[in-house]
Unconditional design. Structure first.
Lengths: 160, 381
């Protein structure tokens, strides 16, 4: 397998050309793994561009990460392409950061309908609000759970 | 899709409502006591016996594994990671060690890679057999319940010889595997897989070619290719809709690049297609197992790997029995991960449940639902 980053560099270049002000940071972790950080207010436009122009049609998942020391949450959309066979080994991490005290972002369900459940989980586990989500309710937690969002870093459970 | 039905209390039959079109609909709660296997609930709204709305309600077996992993040493987490799907434990374990090794930069010796692949493929067969036996239960076909569970022992015995455990092996560790092949394993593996392939032909005769099954599965629960991609489906569900995506080919890992096998797809996207993809995969896995025991190179099975997770990030993924299983792992230098996001095949395929059920008759629900091979414990984690 080739180890060159040509394809990844090309993607980064296309994104930077189209969104010169909104791509905050890009990072090629290795061949097939690419991180792109965008401004939260522009994530939907970038997502639509990725889906329609760069054929990222397959949502692989959404992760939320609590960086409590930096006082922010990071939301990571892992997306890939099914339509183009040669691109199936590539996972693009589309990231956005929101302040921890006001975690509110736009939902991407209208772009990739498959992210619905993942966004719901990020809502219940981290307390992140997704604007425009069709059903922002608890997914895995019990209906009578009234504690804090349990995956936040400041929530401690007994350890061994 | 119209708005999902409102959650109903934990009793069986709920209110009748009049929909906008004037039709009376009834909201049913299917589960959480399992109707076949696994604890989860489907809130189903029916108009007559046509399903007009479905909302999956998972979480009855949620254990907070992502939090548990954050608080534990990366090695101690291995048995925890296997728990969501004990019938497919080594594949989940593989995703975990793969992401750790990626951050650590550890290369696994080739013999270790072959042994990992061997257990992965045995696990794929075991998992598919378990799925098939439950499918038999769902469809009221008692023989198809007993046979696969019996034949599953063929592989459980082999796995026990290889790893020391029947179901949850904790066999894959960062840097390689725990034990080498026991003596006589190769002959036994060839014998058992060849016997098993003969059994698969009998499965075809009694079940898959049986009108009792085909008439209930063909054209039922259709998931189009575009919809399957858009919903982020994976594994046999995606391949049953005609997409030849398989991480073993698309992003070859372990020993897969050196092995010869086909990715099975079916174009129709119905329950029958998804079921047949499972069958084809079991045949391919038998082929892979025989190739491994023939081609396995000599050498060490494990390389020393540190117990710490250096600063870094990895998205490690493998093709488990139910599709892509991935870890988004963030290390910060300690022996615990900063964050370990764990997404399994069943969780990914949960989005397909409403899509395959809508518009079908309530009586077709077991056929369509279980053809997705949705394992609630694996989805809830």
């Amino acid at each position: 397998m080739s180890l060159s980053h040509e394809r990844e560099d090309d993607l980064v270049q296309k994104l930077r050309e189209n969104f010169p002000a909104d791509i905050k940071e890009t990072n090629i972790i290795r061949r097939g793994r690419l991180e792109v950080r965008v401004a939260p207010e522009k994530i939907k436009e970038v997502a639509v561009f990725l889906r329609d122009k760069l054929s990222f049609d397959h949502p692989n998942g959404v992760s939320a990460v609590d960086y409590n020391r930096e006082n922010r949450f990071e939301i990571v959309y892992h997306i890939s392409s099914m339509r183009i066979k040669e691109m199936r080994d590539l996972v693009l991490d589309l990231k956005e950061s929101v302040p921890r005290n006001a975690p509110k972002v736009g939902s991407l369900v209208s772009v990739w309908s498959g992210v619905e459940n993942y966004e719901r989980e990020s809502f219940e586990m981290f307390g992140i609000q997704f604007d425009g989500h069709p059903r922002l309710e608890k997914l895995f937690l019990t209906d009578n759970w009234d504690g804090p969002p349990p995956l936040r870093k400041d929530i401690r459970f007994p350890t061994d | 899709m119209s708005a999902p039905p409102k959650p109903v209390p934990l009793t069986t039959v709920e209110s009748t409502e009049t929909s906008d079109s004037g039709a009376q609909t009834l909201t049913l709660s299917v589960g959480p006591q399992h109707s076949g296997s696994g604890h989860m609930r489907l809130i189903v709204e029916v108009d007559g016996d046509i399903i007009v709305n479905v909302a999956p309600d998972p979480g009855y077996v949620h254990r907070g594994i992502e939090k548990i992993i954050e608080l534990r040493n990366i090695i101690k987490s291995i048995p925890v990671i296997e728990r969501p799907s004990i019938i497919d434990s080594s594949n989940l374990n593989h995703a975990w060690v793969r992401s750790i090794e990626e951050i650590q930069g550890v290369e696994v010796p080739r013999r270790g890679q072959y042994l990992r692949t061997l257990l992965n493929e045995m696990n794929r067969i075991m998992s598919h057999l378990y799925w098939l036996s439950i499918y038999g239960v769902f469809l009221g076909h008692t023989t198809m319940f007993m046979w696969p569970l019996g034949d599953r022992e063929l592989f459980i015995d082999m796995a026990e010889k290889l790893t020391g455990a029947r179901i949850t092996y904790s066999y894959l560790v960062p840097g390689g595997v725990r034990r080498d092949l026991p003596p006589g394993f190769a002959e036994e593996a060839v014998k058992r897989t060849e016997y098993f392939e003969k059994r698969l032909k009998e499965y075809d005769r009694i079940f898959f070619n049986n009108p009792l099954f085909t008439s209930r599965a063909k054209g039922i629960g259709v998931l189009s290719k575009e919809k399957a991609i858009e919903l982020g489906c994976t594994g046999p569900t995606l391949r049953g809709s005609g997409v030849d995506a398989d991480l073993r080919k698309d992003e070859p890992y372990a020993a897969y690049p050196e092995l010869d096998f086909e990715v099975s797809t079916r174009p129709d996207g119905d329950s029958f297609s998804r079921a047949m993809v499972h069958m084809d995969e079991m045949r391919e896995s038998c082929k892979i197992i025989r190739q491994i025991v023939k081609k396995i190179p000599a050498g060490p099975i494990r390389r020393k790997a540190p117990i710490v997770l250096p600063r870094g990030v990895a998205y490690g993924r493998v093709e488990s029995a139910r599709g892509e299983c991935s870890f988004y792992l963030i290390g910060e230098g300690g022996d615990k991960p900063y964050r370990a996001r764990y997404i399994t095949g069943s969780y990914r395929n949960m989005a397909a449940i409403p899509a395959v059920l809508l518009g079908n008759r309530l009586a077709d629900m077991p056929t369509a639902w279980w053809s997705i091979d949705y394992w609630p414990v694996e989805a809830d984690r």
